[in-house]
Design a protein. Structure first.
Length: 226
């Protein structure tokens, strides 16, 4: 048995792929946390001025400002709770559509920097399944598939589409960047992380026990009944 055949080696490789996914999604999560904090700081400054001695600001205006701050605290709390999604011990289950919506929002900023547009998820159909699936594993494998296709150096796509299906999820790369398009702000060749290639994606799939099928410019993710 070679070192790469050892079970621990496969686990470490999968952990590396998970880390690569997290590093790509982290800027979006950091922005979601920093944005309400900035609003809170500004709101606190305004509130302090309004309630300072000698200021005749009506109490209603102070209450309104407090309510705005409470709303930002609620938003901040929601984004902090989302950090639980990356805990490997989390076993939460929810409808696949909810997880896919989150994956799209996390992937959009980085893809946009590279000139790739990720299409919004199509509206739910009456026959769509609402059966809960493991959130943590689906989020990781979906993001990995998106980044795998969106960062393709051979044929960078113009768009990424995610299509829920009866037996799973299909992630598709479509189109190609127009010759007249502006160059991406961060070309794939300038990225500081290793690419999530087919081998890396398959390694993560095996580790998470989520079967995938790799095709030309698409990844099919199987959703089991368990």
């Amino acid at each position: 048995m070679t070192s790469l055949d050892h079970p621990n080696s496969r686990m470490w490789m999968a952990a590396g792929v998970q880390h690569a996914v997290l590093m790509r999604a982290l800027p979006a999560m950091r922005h979601d946390l920093a944005s309400p904090l900035s609003v809170l700081r500004m709101g606190m400054t305004v509130l302090k001025r309004r309630v300072a001695p000698g200021n005749d600001t009506p109490a209603e205006q102070a209450v309104e400002r407090v309510e705005q701050l409470e709303g930002q605290l609620t938003t901040l709390g929601e984004h902090v709770r989302r950090l639980r999604n990356w805990d490997v011990q989390i076993t939460d289950r929810q409808p696949a559509r909810t997880t896919l919506l989150e994956a799209i929002e996390l992937a959009r900023p980085l893809l946009a920097l590279r000139g790739v547009f990720i299409q919004p998820l199509a509206g739910a159909s009456p026959g769509d399944s609402e059966a809960p699936v493991p959130h943590h594993t689906l989020l990781y494998i979906t993001l990995a598939a998106i980044y795998h296709l969106g960062e393709s150096p051979a044929e960078p796509p113009a768009e990424i589409h995610i299509e829920p299906r009866a037996d799973g999820i299909r992630v598709i790369a479509r189109g190609s960047v127009s010759a007249d398009a502006l160059p991406p702000l961060v070309p794939a060749s300038a990225q500081n992380t290793l690419p999530i290639d087919a081998a890396a994606l398959q390694c993560l799939s095996d580790h998470l026990q989520v079967p995938i099928t790799l095709g030309p410019r698409q990844v099919d993710i199987a959703l089991g009944s368990s």
